[in-house]
Design a binder for this molecule. Structure first.
Ligand code: FAD
Length: 506
């Protein structure tokens, strides 16, 4: 597999060693640097902020409590991520939870129901059985009506999945006569968990891809929490590995501009602090919305880069609520099935570093939070207080016995403090028809490569996608250094080529 190749056939000998400047210290940039360093190159990661991790970054407030950019879940079906943990020898930092999916009940506030995966039953039967055994969410006829439209996914595989990209989840359901209640019971929470948007906006390919990845592996849907904050528990060991193998990682290094040679290749990086950084190869591991903004003009007119216009990050909000007592909770991720909220977890129970026996800290993903994500309100533009107030009202409705005036003591759990982190542009919005515009890591520029979760790879915008995107970018550079054939450029859609006129590739 790819990880091993960096130490074998992709390994550079002395003369092939390249200095590689990687812009962006999120998981993708760090993974890219880790594998390039293992292949004998000299990567330099340049991160704009004073903290690594990008969308997994976290920092401490004045009380020493950690504030995270997002509540993050690792899945059994994240092969590149699992390899990474094993290679870094930190696999014990993943806190695996019981193999089930837990949903808050819509009609029974405070109650939960679950899909339970039985040990010893192989995929995909364990998933089928988990759904069949749940008596609370769907009736038997509803279950039976749901299965046939999904079968081609298992039989035809990726081909069938890719073809559904023009349909939203809702379009697909209507086309194949799936009962509406499946949407309310399952797809809304799934869509919001996968891409922070509602099923009428989300591409069906996303749901099918996730199901296919998860269903093909017996432990695919099993979930793990990291045992603490990501910068310390995951990014730091990646940095150690990069440095041990001769690379470096620098924070507070913001790229201002790619400076080009006459042939369109990168001459050097002009940094915001006035530094000039020269290298043999350059990689962008910045989010898609940022690279679009930083795109040198001659590149913007090339089809490969022009297709990035079709990709745009979706807003999402991560909320932390510290309560004065322990709430009734489960040691797991919960799907809220509330119109305002996506998944949440009581981190005082699920995560070792945030463990507290006496007080709960809920981390909640607030989505959809703008009209493009399917929401009615543009929450991302609201004040933190308005967002917290709306969340508390929603929690009173979901957990009336514990929060708010209906609880037995007439007050309920008291909110001690809160923290709100807004990410106005997070993972690319996987609305219908986007997949075909995700660019290959290789670009038409001879010394410039793309990394990042949005680049073309078989996982969505996710931590796994970020690690794989970084690894594929490292493969391009390591192959080129050895004069080996690369995978080549991914073909660009005709609509893009037509929109910019005759090809301007050098
Ligand atoms: P990023 O993390 O965005 O990294 C890009 C980096 O580039 C940043 O560090 C940024 O500061 C830097 N940068 C930008 N501009 C410059 C510049 N000019 N110069 C230098 N550096 C620059 N994924 C999952 O798999 N499971 C989950 O449960 C999950 N939950 C999530 C919840 C939330 C609320 C959010 C926001 C995301 C979640 N994700 C989840 C998605 C996951 O976090 C991302 O897909 C992944 O972390 C993206 O990594 P990346 O390296 O591609 O991009």
């Amino acid at each position: 597999e790819l990880s091993k190749r960096f130490a074998t056939d992709l390994k550079a000998n002395g003369t092939e060693k390249k200095r590689v400047a990687i812009v962006g210290g999120g998981l993708s940039g760090l993974a890219c640097a880790k594998y390039l360093a293992e292949a004998g190159h000299e990567p330099i990661v340049l991160e704009a902020r004073d903290v690594l991790g990008g969308k997994v970054s976290a920092w401490q407030d004045k009380d020493g409590d950690w504030i995270e950019t997002g509540l993050h879940i690792f899945f059994g079906a994240y092969p590149n991520m699992m390899n990474l943990f094993n290679e870094l020898k930190i696999e014990d930092r993943l806190q695996w939870k019981v193999h089930k999916m837990i949903f808050a009940m819509q009609e029974l506030p405070g109650e939960f129901t679950s899909f339970d995966f039985i040990k010893g039953i192989p995929a995909p039967f364990n998933f089928g059985l988990a759904i069949l055994m749940n008596q609370k969410m769907l009736s038997l006829p509803e279950k039976l009506q749901t299965a046939p439209p999904l079968l081609p996914m298992l039989i035809e595989g990726q081909d069938f999945i890719d073809k559904q990209d023009e349909l939203s989840v809702q379009d697909f359901m209507r086309k194949y006569g799936m009962p509406e209640r499946i949407n309310e019971e399952v797809f809304i929470s799934m869509a919001k968990a996968l891409d922070f948007i509602d099923p009428d906006k989300l591409s069906m390919t996303v749901v099918l891809t996730a199901m296919n990845r998860f269903l093909n592996e017996t432990d695919g849907l099993q979930m793990a929490f990291l045992d603490g904050n990501q910068p310390d528990r995951l990014c730091a060991p990646m940095v150690d590995s990069i440095e041990k193998n001769g690379g470096s990682v620098k924070t507070k290094q913001r790229l201002k501009e790619f400076v080009l040679n006459e042939d369109g290749s990168v001459k050097h990086l002009a940094m915001a602090n006035g530094d000039i950084i020269e290298a043999d190869e350059y990689i962008s591991a910045m989010p898609v919305d940022v690279i679009k903004r930083m795109m040198p003009k001659p590149w913007a007119e090339m089809p490969h880069f022009a297709q990035l216009k079709e990709l745009e990050g979706i807003p999402v909000i991560n909320i932390h609520l510290w309560f004065d007592r322990k709430l009734k909770n489960v040691d797991h991720l919960c799907f809220s099935r509330s119109p305002l909220l996506s998944v949440y977890a009581d981190m005082s129970t699920t995560c070792k570093e945030y463990y507290d026996e006496e007080k709960s800290m809920l981390e909640l993903v607030f989505a959809p939070c703008s009209p493009i994500a399917g929401g009615k309100t543009n929450w991302i533009a609201k004040s933190n207080q308005e967002i917290v107030d709306a969340t508390m009202l929603e929690l009173e409705r979901l957990f009336p016995l514990e929060i708010g005036p209906k609880s037995p003591d007439g007050v309920g759990a008291k909110l001690l403090k809160h923290a709100v982190v807004k990410t106005p542009r997070s993972v690319y919005a996987a609305i219908p028809g986007r997949n075909k515009f995700r660019p290959s890591q290789e670009t038409p520029i001879k010394n410039f490569t793309l990394a990042g979760d949005y680049t073309s790879q078989k996982f969505l915008g996710s931590m796994e996608g970020a690690v794989l995107g970084g690894k594929l970018a490292a493969e391009v550079v390591a192959s080129r250094a050895k004069g080996m054939k690369t995978q080549g450029l991914k073909a660009v859609q005709k609509s893009i080529i037509d929109s910019i006129g005759p090809a301007k590739e050098p």
